[in-house]
Design a protein around this ligand. Structure first.
Ligand code: AMP
Ligand code: ZN
Length: 115
């Protein structure tokens, strides 16, 4: 996708604070971090969201999930981290290129507030 901002970041056409790159994946720090460590892991392949993922993406998605903790550890998150995948407008997704947020290093509040 030529006009996708995350495709452009993965191609190096828009600058980013790179965390990791291999032949299939790219990771970079979020421009508006919500915790001391907050970066995104994306596939270089343009997949708009999990709603567009299908069986052809199983290996890629597995690779993303296995890579996430390795990168988290490299970023100093030895004690754990939060992963977030916002999916579609209903999931609050703003950038329509599939990405995993990897967040940690601070006080991570309980995600579901039960009253
Ligand atoms: P989401 O709401 O899951 O689609 O999250 C999109 C994320 O991308 C937000 O946390 C933004 O802060 C982040 N973001 C948008 N543009 C950039 C950029 N150029 N570099 C780094 N992060 C970005
Ligand atoms: Zn894209």
């Amino acid at each position: 996708m030529s006009d996708c901002i995350f495709c452009k970041i993965a191609r190096g056409e828009i600058p980013s604070k790179k965390v990791y790159e291999d032949d299939e994946l790219f990771a970079f720090h979020d421009i508006h971090p919500v915790a001391p460590v907050h970066f995104m892991l994306i596939p270089k392949l343009h997949v708009a969201s999990l709603l567009e993922a299908d069986d052809s993406h199983i290996a890629l998605l597995g690779r993303m999930l296995v890579t996430a903790p390795k990168l988290a550890r490299q970023q100093g998150l030895d004690n754990g981290f939060r992963t977030v995948i916002n999916t579609g407008k209903g999931g609050g997704q703003e950038v329509f290129h599939l990405h995993i947020h990897i967040i940690g290093g601070g006080l991570i509040p309980s995600m579901m507030r039960r009253n």
